[in-house]
Design a protein around this ligand. Structure first.
Ligand code: PLP
Length: 394
């Protein structure tokens, strides 16, 4: 066997897809800090910081606010296995791939799932959810994706929370592509269960799924008549580790260091200022795409700041263009998901990566990648249009 004395050195990529996104150097540095035990007095202070910073970012006072070990999908599973008991009815609003996944996980958790299907690229309509609830009998919870990463559409949560509560149901919100980048108010909007992940707008590597439960959701948990099917994701057990430091499973120490540092960066910037930054850069990107003659998937009124799905022109092989960006420019974009597979790109401007310079870099490189396949645009038109937005001219 040959000895690799240089070690593993991955290329530096600019991660402009649907996540992971690049992280601030302070976050990488935090991860390289010395390990301590998960019950070390020193680590307990780190855990307390993480919880209070998460409450700040979620805009909540919920005592049960903690990061689940695992990625966003673990957050989805945790929400479902804890809230659902076999035979419960769960109404899920679906307007893209991740709504579909939430329904799938609810079904595996034993729920009778009622899906309220919407067109791709549209927001979820609270009225349609109300109609579904009217004919559904007793409903345990309603699920909705705040920021549908497959299409770039954002849904207004407040109205759906009201509709769910009128029907005596809890509201579960997937905030995976919104938390830390897109306006979200867990308490003010009346969200009962909200989960996210670390690698999108929070600006840390993948590995944790922040989650928060309203007092109403905690009551639901406490009045379960059956055990939660997952030991690892049982929120009552997890809370006792985070509250009373009772061993449940070994916390991923280095990831929690990373999350703490990423959340400190959010607090230093101010979460509202961060929402504004994401809006401005998203607008700049879309001005550039339009100037290049490209069409965005989501309705403009519901467009997410953190992710833009854009149709690839018919004559373009979208995967070949992404490969060109990766090989020549070290830039990663995501392809389409579900119905948009092979037909669209998804461009993320998330957390640390949501910057004006990154917008200009991506637009310039994309112009070259599609030009390479014969789709010629007016030279520099995308970059120029984006610059005008960044400079406040348009
Ligand atoms: C990325 C994503 C998930 C899944 O997260 P993983 O970290 O990939 O497990 C869930 N919901 C939405 C809306 C997402 O964008």
């Amino acid at each position: 066997m040959t000895q690799d004395t240089a070690g593993f050195m991955p290329p530096y990529r600019l991660l402009m897809g649907a996540g992971p996104s690049n992280v601030h150097p302070r976050v990488l540095q935090a991860m390289a800090s010395s390990l301590v035990g998960h019950l070390d007095p020193n680590f307990l202070a780190v855990m307390d910081d993480v919880r209070s910073l998460l409450r700040y970012v979620f805009r909540t006072e919920n005592p049960v606010t903690l990061p689940i070990s695992g990625t966003g999908t673990a957050g989805m599973e945790a929400a479902m296995v804890n809230i659902i008991e076999p035979g419960d009815t769960f109404v899920v609003a679906i307007n893209g791939y991740f709504g579909q996944r939430l329904g799938e996980i609810a079904e595996r958790s034993g729920a009778n799932v009622i899906a309220v299907e919407h067109e791709m690229g549209k927001a979820v309509d609270a009225e349609r959810v109300r109609e579904a609830l009217a004919g559904a009998g007793k409903v345990k919870a309603v699920g909705v994706v705040h920021a549908e990463t497959s299409t770039g559409a954002a849904t207004s949560i407040k109205e759906i929370a009201d509709v769910a509560h009128e029907a005596g149901a809890l509201l579960v919100v997937d905030a995976v592509t919104s938390l830390g980048g897109v306006e979200l108010h867990v308490d003010e909007w009346g969200v009962d269960v909200c989960y996210s992940c670390t690698q999108k707008c929070i600006g840390a590597p993948p590995g944790l799924a922040p989650l928060t439960l309203s007092p109403r959701a905690v009551e639901t948990l406490q009045s379960r008549t059956t055990k939660v099917r997952s030991f690892y994701l049982d929120l009552t057990e997890l809370s006792s580790y985070w509250d009373r430091r009772a061993y449940h499973h070994t916390a991923p120490i280095s990831m929690i260091y990373a999350l703490r540092e990423a959340l400190r960066l959010i607090a230093e910037e101010g979460v509202e200022a961060r929402w504004e930054r994401h809006i401005r850069n998203g607008e700049s990107l879309r001005a550039g795409l339009h100037a290049m003659g490209l069409n965005v998937v989501a309705d403009p009124e519901v467009q997410l700041p953190s992710l833009t799905a854009v149709h690839a022109p018919e004559e373009i092989d979208e995967a070949q263009a992404r490969r060109y960006l990766l090989d020549r420019h070290n830039i990663e974009l995501s392809g389409g998901l579900g119905a948009l597979a092979g037909k669209a790109w998804r461009i993320g401007l998330m957390g640390h990566n949501s910057t004006g310079p990154n917008v200009l870099t991506v637009l310039g490189a994309l112009e070259e990648a599609i030009g390479e396949q014969g789709y010629e645009t007016q030279a520099g038109a995308g970059v120029a249009a984006a610059q005008r937005v960044l400079r406040g001219i348009d």
